[in-house]
Design a protein around this ligand. Structure first.
Ligand code: DON
Length: 570
C-alpha cells in the first residue's frame, strides 16, 4: 500500500470543531431477551471484594448493589488503587428495560483550582506539584456513586451493601503479597502521613509481615456514617466532611465545604459503536476511553484482520492505537466545559480518512501526524465486572490515580486522598505521569473533571457478551482494545485476561510491550517496518472479564493472572 500524501492524512485527521455535548439523559436501546437461564458473576482485583459482591447477589441484591459492595470492599482491601477519596466511571446496563447509562463519578477540581496552579511564576511546571500532597486532590466522586446506585438502581440500602466493607475495615484483613509490595515501594511516602503509617506500617515504620491484619477503624467509622445517613449527609456533609476539609487545607490543599456539598454524580450517555457486527458500549467523556476505543476499532474495521498475517495484524493495531491516542490528546476534555467533535471522532468515515495514512508495511512516525509536542509512567486504579442472573451488569473502573493516591490519609476519616488532578493537562504539551499530553480542552478549571483513560466496556454480539475493564493509566485503552479483539476472535475469559499486551499512545512515539507480546520474528519484522519497540519493565494491568454465552447460558468470570483477583460465578 502506498503512503498517502501527508496533506491528505492531515486533512483527514483534522475535524471541524462542532458542539457535541453528550451529557444527556441515558436512553434505552432495544431490549433483547435471553431465554436460557444463566448465573451471576463477579470479577474483581481481590477475592474479598468479589465475595462482597457475591454476598449481595445471594442476599437478593442485584448487580448494582453488588457494584456498591465490591467498590466499598476494594476501598478497604485494595487501598492502593481506589477508595472513598477517589472516583471513577460505572457503566450500567439494566436488563428490565435495556437501559444503558454511565455514572460519571469522576473527581472534580475544587472551585478554587486555576489553570496555572501547578506552574511557577515563570510558567514552568513545578515538579510533582500535581501528584504530591492534598493540593493534587480532586473532590471525590465514589461515595456519591454509592448513593446514586442505591437510590436509582439497587434493591438494597447502603446499610446492607456497605456491610462487608465495614466488617473488613473494622475486623481487618490479612496482608497479601501484592499490597505488601506496594507498601514497600511507597514506604517513604506513607511514613509522611501519620494516619497512613499507622494503618499500613508497623509501629516502628516497617513493612508488616504477610498475613498481618490490616485494620482501619477510622475508615470503618466513615463507612458507617454513609451506611446510616447516605453519602450526601454522611460523607459530603457533617463530621466527615468537616474533617476532610480541615485535613486537606492543613496539608496545603484548597477544598471547601461547598466543594464537597455540591459534588454530584452525572449520568451520561455511554458511547456506542459497532465493529464487524459486535455492539460496543463504552465510557464517554470525561473519559477518553470509549472515544479512543471506538476510533481504533473503526480504523481497524477497514482491514480484514482475520486474513492478514500475525505481524501485519499487530502492526495495524499499533497504528490504530497511535491515531486514536492522538485524538485523545488533541480534542478531549470535560464535556461540561469544552465542546468536542465527538460524532466525527467516532464516525466510520472519519476513521476511513485516518486509515489512508496507514501503510501495511511501514510504521508512521507520530511527528508526521499533525498534533502536539512531549515522557514515561508511574501507577493504580482498579476495575470490577458484575453480571447478575437477571442480566443486569456493571463495568466499574475506579481510581485514586497513583498507588495510595497522594499517600495522605486525612486524620480521623480513614480516607486516602487521590492525586487525580494530574490527569489534567497542567500545561499544553507537558506530559502527565503517564506521559499523556493534552490541550486547552483538558486544562484545569474550577469544578471541571480531568480527562480519564478509564474504559469500562460492554461488548455484545448476537452470540454473547463480555463485560471488561482494567487499570493501567494510559495503557487502559490499548488493553481494552486488545481484549475486545481477543473476545471477538473467540478467546475465553481466562485467555483474554492473560494475553500479553502492547501499546502505542502517539507520544512518546514508541510501542511498549509486555514480555511475550511479540515473537522474535515479529519483533524483527515490526522493527523493520520502523516501529520503535521497548519492552516494558513490568507487567501491566489487572483486567477483570465476565463473558456470557447466550445459547448455552454459560457464564465465565476471570481475573488477570498478573494480579491476585478472583472471578466468581455462582
Ligand atoms: O483516569 C485515569 O486515566 C487515571 N487516573 C487512571 C490511573 C491508573 O489507571 C493507574 N494505574 N494503574
Amino acid at each position: 500500500m502506498a503512503l498517502a500524501p501527508l496533506a491528505r492524512a492531515d486533512q483527514a485527521a483534522r475535524v471541524p470543531p462542532q458542539k457535541a455535548r453528550l451529557a444527556v439523559p441515558a436512553e434505552a436501546h432495544a431490549a433483547e431477551s435471553h431465554a436460557v437461564a444463566h448465573k451471576g458473576a463477579v470479577a474483581s482485583a481481590y477475592p474479598l471484594a468479589s465475595e462482597a459482591g457475591q454476598e449481595m447477589l445471594k442476599r437478593g441484591g442485584n448487580a448494582f448493589d453488588a457494584a456498591v459492595a465490591v467498590s466499598a470492599a476494594l476501598a478497604v482491601v485494595e487501598p492502593t488503587s481506589s477508595g472513598l477519596g477517589g472516583g471513577g466511571f460505572y457503566l450500567l446496563h439494566r436488563e428490565s428495560d435495556a437501559l444503558e447509562t454511565m455514572l460519571d463519578a469522576r473527581e472534580k477540581a475544587p472551585a478554587a483550582a486555576t489553570r496555572d496552579m501547578y506552574l511557577d511564576s515563570a510558567g514552568n511546571p513545578i515538579a510533582r506539584a500535581s501528584v504530591d500532597g492534598p493540593l493534587a486532590s480532586g473532590i471525590p466522586g465514589e461515595p456519591a456513586a454509592f448513593d446514586y446506585l442505591a437510590q436509582h438502581f439497587g434493591k438494597l440500602p447502603l446499610k446492607v451493601s456497605l456491610q462487608p466493607a465495614i466488617r473488613l475495615a473494622r475486623e481487618g484483613f490479612p496482608l497479601y503479597a501484592r499490597l505488601q509490595g506496594a507498601i514497600r515501594y511507597k514506604r517513604e511516602r506513607l511514613l509522611r502521613s501519620p494516619d497512613t503509617a499507622r494503618v499500613f506500617l508497623t509501629p516502628s515504620g516497617d513493612v508488616p509481615e504477610l498475613g498481618a491484619l490490616i485494620k482501619q477503624p477510622d475508615l470503618a467509622r466513615t463507612l458507617e456514617a454513609m451506611a446510616e445517613e447516605g453519602a450526601a449527609r454522611g460523607f459530603y456533609a457533617g463530621r466527615v466532611a468537616q474533617d476532610l476539609v480541615k485535613g486537606v487545607r492543613a496539608g496545603g490543599g484548597i477544598w471547601t465545604p461547598e466543594d464537597l456539598a455540591s459534588y454530584r454524580v452525572i449520568e451520561r450517555k455511554p458511547l456506542v459503536g459497532n465493529y464487524h457486527g459486535a455492539r460496543i458500549v463504552s465510557a464517554s467523556p470525561p473519559s477518553s476511553g470509549g472515544v479512543a476505543l471506538l476510533d481504533a476499532l473503526n480504523i481497524l474495521s477497514g482491514f480484514d484482520l482475520k486474513r492478514v498475517d500475525g505481524v501485519t495484524r499487530k502492526h495495524l493495531v499499533i497504528e490504530a492505537m497511535q491515531r486514536a491516542y492522538r485524538d485523545r490528546a488533541v480534542y478531549l476534555g470535560d464535556p461540561d466545559f469544552v465542546t468536542m467533535p465527538l460524532p466525527q471522532l467516532i464516525n466510520k468515515d472519519y476513521a476511513a480518512g485516518q486509515r489512508t495514512s496507514i501503510r501495511t508495511d511501514k510504521a508512521m512516525p507520530s511527528d508526521m501526524l499533525p498534533g502536539i509536542e512531549t515522557a514515561p509512567v508511574g501507577q493504580d486504579t482498579t476495575h470490577f465486572s458484575v453480571l447478575d442472573a437477571q442480566g443486569n451488569r456493571v463495568a466499574g473502573t475506579i481510581s485514586i490515580n497513583l498507588f495510595f493516591g497522594t499517600g495522605d490519609m486525612v486524620p480521623g476519616t480513614g480516607v486516602l486522598l487521590n492525586n487525580t488532578m494530574d490527569d489534567f493537562s497542567i500545561k499544553p504539551g507537558t506530559p502527565n505521569v503517564f506521559g499523556l499530553v493534552g490541550n486547552a480542552e483538558n486544562a484545569i478549571a474550577g469544578n471541571k473533571r480531568p480527562l480519564s483513560s478509564m474504559t469500562p466496556t460492554f461488548v455484545e454480539t448476537p452470540q454473547g457478551l463480555m463485560v471488561i475493564g482494567t487499570p493501567g493509566g494510559s495503557y487502559i485503552i490499548s488493553m481494552v482494545l486488545i481484549g475486545t479483539l481477543d473476545y471477538l476472535n473467540g478467546m475465553s475469559a481466562p485467555e483474554i485476561v492473560k494475553d500479553p499486551r502492547f501499546h502505542h499512545q502517539y507520544l512518546p512515539d514508541v510501542v511498549e510491550y509486555e514480555k511475550g507480546a511479540f515473537s522474535d520474528e515479529e519483533t524483527t519484522r515490526l522493527m523493520a517496518m520502523g516501529h520503535k519497540l521497548e519492552q516494558g519493565s513490568r507487567l501491566w494491568g489487572n483486567m477483570e472479564v465476565i463473558t456470557w454465552d447466550f445459547a448455552s447460558g454459560k457464564v465465565a468470570a476471570a481475573s488477570d493472572p498478573r494480579g491476585e483477583g478472583e472471578g466468581l460465578v455462582y
